[in-house]
Design a protein around this ligand. Structure first.
Ligand code: DGT
Ligand code: CA
Ligand code: CA
Ligand code: ZN
Length: 582
């Protein structure tokens, strides 16, 4: 099952929301929110901690620790249940609308008795919000926009949510007798940023034992369909999972078919027709005789079509079949190629783990280098100062050397201000090993202003990497309205790398934008932006996104040996690089 830390995090976050929505103490709500984040990011399973152990987690005091202990013992948190009972579920639904927030949700409920998204939309259409204090035409526009963002995300879930469940099911089913192969397929295998449903494939002679075990999984709430070939369930979190069992000798054809995408499958079927063959989930057949030719492995199926095996992240009908025919598929970057992380935080700013813990966790992952890049002063709530930053640098220099195989870099995440300038004068910036620069405010400037702003940041002599370049939050915040071509050209010209932020909320740059950026000759950094030791494991999603963008290790600066990376950083920091093709 998912880690209890995540359940506790969700519960405490809900409590914080409920406190706010019932007009409770904002300070108290913030305390619960901080504790929620700290527990969600804590390295130890909370169910193994007693009350004293819980209080060692940053931001967790006695009262919260007691509530958590009770929850872990009884499965209930009465404080949450009490407030829950007082608030209709529809109001919480309102709070979830991006840009609306608890205060406004409460006003809508109390003054207009609105308690669901459809009711809210009706009220806006009837202009009933116009009379409310604090709601103008602009608010209405924002709310409608928020609702459309929420609905565009639809019933899709983020990749990490799907991956956790899928890996658990694959482990369970693989352990059953008679299981010859088991894997997840579909959009998850292709590493899409959001997942509609999870597709699991088993190769076995008999399907029934697998179907039965599947419907009995602990998080199954509903069996949507139960058959010999396919069974579908819904999990407690509302995610649909399809299980298909195929005969062992159809494994390759089945995996190829159910990995998709549909558009890629249409291309491969066309290839089959051209060879006078027929391709289905059961195999590759002679069209005339119906005799089966190959089906056991994906490699065999692709080979018989005249193609090399195509990595799943490329299977989107973006030219991979044509490239395969020319034997020009990219040698994709892998997680093993990544030598270090170039954007991470500690509890000096908004991380939840200490510098020491982050460094320890990075070393355990086998990183060869690791950059600490806490927030710079212009993000006021982080309260960064020159002194704190310099003290951290000293500590980083001390810790460097503690790990024989891993070097530490001291950097920062600068804020790109509305004019494209960043924190600190150049003399101070010269002391960092690298600088990430990101937009954290003023998202709604004009396209022209935003584009100029990012280009100016690229041109800054000490900015090496643009962090989460479009600032989108999947399902929550639109990407910045940018002339991306102009930004990519500026990155290539100035030798500024673009980040592929691995956090499942962001995956920014996205695969669609990586493809054109690469054509401009831009270099990339696949970073975690980790705020806890657990986030370091999100790297796989950033790498998956890079693969979907056809990137090789050569394109990604943090696959390079440290001396080559340092040359890139120095060059990016001092003089424009040679302009690339564009
Ligand atoms: P999702 O679930 O929306 O994130 O995306 P997928 O790609 O996982 O789509 P899904 O679950 O509907 O189907 C899984 C794969 O099965 C899909 O990628 C290709 C294959 N497939 C399903 N239905 C069809 C179909 O009608 N025609 C073809 N050619 N392939 C299909
Ligand atoms: Ca699917
Ligand atoms: Ca499916
Ligand atoms: Zn960051």
């Amino acid at each position: 099952m998912a880690r209890p830390n995540k359940d506790v995090e969700a519960l405490l976050q809900e409590y914080a929301d409920l406190v706010l929505i019932t007009g409770g103490d904002a300070f108290k709500a913030r305390a619960y929110e901080k504790a929620a984040r700290a527990i969600g990011g804590y390295h130890t399973d909370v169910s193994r901690l007693d009350a004293a152990g819980l209080r060692e987690i940053p931001n967790v005091g006695r009262s919260i620790a007691d509530k958590v202990t009770e929850y872990l013992r009884t499965g209930r948190m009465p404080a949450v249940e009490d407030v829950r009972a007082r608030i209709p579920a529809g109001v919480r639904e309102l709070m979830a609308i991006p840009t609306l927030g608890p205060r406004k949700a409460l006003t809508l409920y109390e003054d207009l008795h609105i308690a669901s998204v459809p009711e809210l939309r009706d009220a806006i259409a009837e202009e009933r919000l116009r009379d409310l204090k604090g709601f103008g035409a602009k608010t209405e526009e924002n709310i409608l926009h928020g609702i459309s963002l929420m609905q565009a995300a639809g019933d899709r879930v983020q990749i990490d949510t799907a991956m956790e469940v899928a890996e658990e099911i694959v482990a369970e089913l693989s352990a059953l007798p008679g299981c010859e192969r088991c894997a997840y397929a579909g959009s998850l295998r292709r590493m899409r940023e959001t997942i509609g449903d999870v597709d699991i494939l088993v190769a076995a002679e008999r399907s029934e034992p697998f179907m039965a075990a599947f419907t009995r999984l602990p998080f199954t709430t509903e069996t949507i369909a139960h058959g010999a070939k396919k069974t579908s369930i819904r999990t407690t979190k509302g995610l649909q999972i399809d299980l298909r069992v195929v005969p062992p000798d159809s494994w390759g054809a089945g995996l190829q078919y159910f990995t998709g995408s549909k558009a890629h499958n249409i291309r491969t079927r066309e290839m089959a027709v051209r060879h006078k063959l027929k391709l289905s989930e059961y195999g590759l057949f002679h069209a005339r005789s119906g005799r089966r030719i190959v089906s056991r492995t994906e490699e065999e199926v692709y080979a018989r079509l005249g193609l090399p095996w195509i990595p799943p992240p490329l299977r989107e009908d973006r030219g991979e079949v044509a490239a395969g025919l020319r034997d020009e598929l990219p040698d994709l970057v892998t997680e093993a190629d990544i030598r270090g992380d170039l954007h991470t935080h500690t509890d000096l700013t908004d991380g939840v783990a200490t510098l020491e813990d982050m460094v320890e966790a990075a070393a355990r992952r086998g990183h060869r280098y690791y950059a600490v890049t806490d927030h710079a002063p212009n993000l006021y709530m982080q309260q960064m100062t020159d002194e704190k930053m310099l003290a951290q640098r000293e500590r980083v220099r001390e810790l460097d050397g503690r790990h024989r195989r891993m070097r530490l870099l001291h950097g920062t995440e600068l804020n790109i201000d509305p004019d494209g300038n960043v924190d600190w004068p150049e003399e101070f910036l010269a002391g960092f090993d690298l600088c990430v620069a990101s937009v954290h405010s003023h998202f709604n400037q004009s396209r022209d202003a935003l584009t100029k702003r990012l280009i100016r940041a690229c041109e800054h002599p000490y900015v090496d990497i643009i962090g989460h370049p479009t600032t989108r939050l999947i399902g929550k915040r639109q990407p910045l309205d940018l002339d991306l071509d102009a930004v990519f050209a500026a990155c290539a010209r100035t030798g500024t790398a673009l980040e592929i932020n691995s956090h499942p909320d962001r995956l920014d740059l996205s695969d669609e934008n990586i493809l054109p950026a690469k054509r401009y000759g831009v270099k990339f950094a696949v970073n975690t932006d980790a705020h806890s030791t657990l986030h370091l494991d999100c790297l796989r999603y950033g790498v998956g996104t890079a693969q979907r963008g056809w990137l090789t290790a050569e394109d990604v600066i943090n696959t390079w040996p440290l001396d080559r990376l340092r040359r890139f950083l120095r060059r990016a920091g001092r003089a424009p690089g040679p302009s690339s093709q564009g």
